[in-house]
Write a protein that binds this ligand. Sequence first.
Ligand code: HEM
Length: 179
Amino acid sequence: MNLQRQLLEESLEIVKPNASEFSSLFYKRLFEDYPETKPLFAQTNLEKQEKKLIASLVLIVENLRSPEALQEALKSLGARHYQLGTLEEYYPMVGDALLKTFKAYLGEKWTQDREKAWIYAYSVICTLMLEGADSPEAYLDGELTFYEWLDLYGEYDPALMKTIAELTRFKYTKQKKSN
Ligand code: HEM
C-alpha cells in the first residue's frame, strides 16, 4: 500500500494535540452538510465518538507498515459499520467532511500533496471497509474486530492501547505481554 505515510502522518501530527476540537468540527461539518447521516448517531455518546474518528485514523496511519493486519482490520470495521446502518453512499459524505475539516484546520499547512495523499488514503480505506460491508457475516460474530486485528498483528504500542482503552468501548481480552 503506497499511501505516502509521511504526508498522512505530518497532517495528523498537527491535529493530534487538538484532536477533540478537530473531531467536533468534523461532526459539525458532517451534520450541517449531510443531515441525513445524523440519525445514525442518535444513540451515540458524541463526546466519545468525536475522539474515535481521529483515534482510528491515527491507528490506521500508524499501522500502514502492517498492511495485512490493516486490511483485515478495515474489513471488519466495514462489516461493523454495515451492522450500524452505514450505507455506501455515506462514505463520500464523511470523506468530504473530513477533507473540509482538514482544510479549515490546517490552513496553509494543508498542502496539495497532503490533500492528495488523504484523498487516496481515504479511498483505499473505504474500498476495504466496503469489501467487509459486502460480506458482514464473514467478519462479525466471533471474528476479530478492528481493534483486535491491530492488536494481534499490528505493531504493539502501549500508548496506542491506552488511547483505545480511553476512547472506545473495546475491551482487551487478548492483550499481548510486553516483555
Ligand atoms: C474512513 C472511514 C471511517 C472510519 C475510519 C470510521 C471509524 C469508526 C470507528 C473506529 C468506530 C468505532 C467502532 C466500535 O466501537 O466498534 C466507528 C463507529 C461508528 N461510525 Fe465510523 N468510521 C468511518 C466511516 C463512517 C461512515 C461513512 C459513517 C456513516 C455516516 C460512520 C458512522 C459510524 C457510527 C454511527 C458509529 C457508531 C457510533 C456508536 O458507537 O454509537 N462511520 N467508526
